[in-house]
Structure formats: C-alpha cells, structure tokens
Design a binder for this molecule. Structure first.
Ligand code: FE2
Ligand code: FE2
Length: 312
C-alpha cells in the first residue's frame, strides 16, 4: 500500500481532541511559580550610565567563562520568544484548544527570559552591554523554523527541542556551581519538560492517525536537527565550548534527547507501515547509528583534550 499524506489543516482538526485533553492535563500539572522569588535582590547595585553606578567588569562575575557563555546562549534563545510565538500562532492557529495552548505556552516561556535576566543582572554574572547588543542582533534577525508550513514536522521538532532545552538549562545550572542559579535553571528545566511531554503526546497521536507521514517527518527532523539558537552571533564556537564542558553535546543529544522520545513513540515497534513508512524507519535507524559513531568520536576527542588540559 502507498501512503497518503494528510494536509496540516486536516491534521489540526484530527488532533484537536488530543490538544484539548493534553492542555487540561498540562494546566493541572504545571505549578505556578514566581520569577522574583529566585532573584537575590539585596545583592544588586546600580550600574554606570544613567544612574552613575559601577560599570560591569569580568572580575565581578563569580562564573567561569564557559558558564557565562552557556547562560548567554540559553537566555538569548529564550529571548527570541516573539519569533517562536509567531511560528506556532501561524501554524497552530489562535482558536480553540490549539489557540489556548499557543498563548499559555508563550506566557510560560516569557517567564524564563525574565527570571534569567533578572538573576544575571543582579549578580553581575555577564556583561550587560554586550548581552543587550547580542539580544538586539539576535532578535533583530528573528527566527524562522525550517518546518514552518508542516504541522507534523513542527511537532516532531518541538518535541526534541523542548527536551534539548531542558537538558541544556539543567546542565548549565549544575555547571555554574552557583546553587541559586542551579535552583532557578532547574525550575525552568521543569517547565521545558512539561512542554516536551505536551508535544510528544501530540506527535504520538499523529503517529496513530498518519503513521507513514509521521515516520517520515520524525526521520527528516532527526536528520536536520538544529538548536533554535543557531542564529546567535558566534553560535558555533559557543556550542563547541558548551559541548566540551558537557552542557550540551552529541552524546547527550543522542542518548538523553532523541532516543528517549523515539522510545516513547515506539517507532521501532509500530506495525503496518507502508513501504514509504518502512523506508523512513530504516533511514531513522541508520541516523541513530551515525549519531552513535559521532558521539563516540566526540567523546574520544574530548577525553584527549581534557587529558591535555589537566594539571600535572
Ligand atoms: Fe523556555
Ligand atoms: Fe519550553
């Protein structure tokens, strides 16, 4: 048999009941929290400029350079929320359960950038002028998803991406060696996990409605996956630094992000696929093997680098 692809519009309608039940589940599970509670305001002082306070300098920051880089990358990624909102508002629509999710998700994500920026400014963790210039540049360019017009591909992408963001925030928190930062980033990571669960459940429903089309979408997304922060100035170098530090590397990407989500969808157990669906699945298995090889290579290289940098 051959696969028949459903349009995004038809799938939106088919998935609406799943969106509604998962929205209710999400609203029930998500705990209200307040960014201001996570910020040690008493440690803050005025900056130079309008208020004539003390300018920022690197020795005020209690963090290593890599920890600062990771915080900046994670914050700038959160900052681009207007672009992400635009992407999903256009694709999911603003009506019914889909629309309620779009707005609720946006409101939750809005908290992340607010909390992180407040914390980083009060503790003088990063250069506020450089950060603001980065933000202007990054948001000025906006973000466009590679899957804008395709509902199933977008759902597959955000399932992985929310989990990737969770891993990145959580590991950045640990890496700062700053218990308060860790607490805040852990709180944000918990939100990202709930977002992942929402999208993962939707894609799971899509797999039942249109298995072959969804399998192809998963394969294509795993093949081309890129973090949403790719447009950040100097992103490639920053991503390498973060990988070497163990904040987000190819091993974590494969084992902690892609593999568990694929396992949840039972992609390698589903029966009754068409030839096209089977072909996509075979390709996906090959991609997972490639990722394994890349992860092993990366780990070897990192071990060598660490041995070279270790104090004798
Ligand atoms: Fe977020
Ligand atoms: Fe999220």
């Amino acid at each position: 048999m051959t696969a028949r692809n459903m349009s995004s519009t038809a799938l939106l309608t088919e998935l609406e009941p799943t969106v509604e039940s998962n929205l209710n589940r999400h609203l029930h599970t998500a705990k209200e929290w307040f960014p201001h509670e996570y910020v040690p305001w008493s440690q803050g002082t005025d900056f130079d400029g309008v208020l004539g306070g003390q300018p920022w300098s690197a020795e005020q920051s209690t963090l290593s350079e890599v920890a600062r880089t990771a915080l900046v990358v994670n914050l700038l990624t959160e900052d681009n929320l207007p672009s992400y909102h635009h992407e999903i508002a256009v694709l999911f629509g603003r009506d019914g359960a889909w629309g309620t999710w779009v707005h609720r998700w946006t409101a939750e994500e809005g908290r992340h950038g607010i909390a992180m920026r407040d914390y980083m400014m009060v503790k003088r963790l990063v250069d506020p002028v450089a950060l603001e210039r980065f933000r202007m540049k990054h948001m000025g360019e906006g973000y466009q998803s590679a899957h804008s017009a395709d509902l199933v591909r977008s759902l597959a992408y955000v399932s992985f991406q929310e989990l990737a963001t969770r891993v990145s925030h959580r590991n950045t928190g640990k890496f700062t060696d700053d218990p308060m930062a860790d607490q805040l980033l852990g709180r944000i990571a918990a939100d990202e996990n709930l977002h992942m669960i929402f999208y993962r459940n939707l894609l799971n429903a899509a797999l039942k409605i249109a298995p072959d089309q969804t399998m192809r979408a998963i394969t294509d997304v795993v093949k081309t996956f890129q973090m949403p922060g790719t447009g950040i100035p100097g992103f490639q170098r920053k991503a390498v630094e973060m990988a070497v530090a163990g904040i987000y590397d190819i091993r974590q990407h494969r084992d902690d992000v892609v593999a568990p989500v694929l396992r949840f969808w039972k992609v390698f157990e589903i029966e009754g696929l068409s030839d096209e669906g089977e072909q996509a699945r075979t390709e996906l298995a090959g991609l997972m093997e490639d990722l394994e090889k890349q992860a092993l290579r990366f780990e070897d290289k990192r071990d060598m680098l660490r041995a070279r940098m270790a104090p004798r």
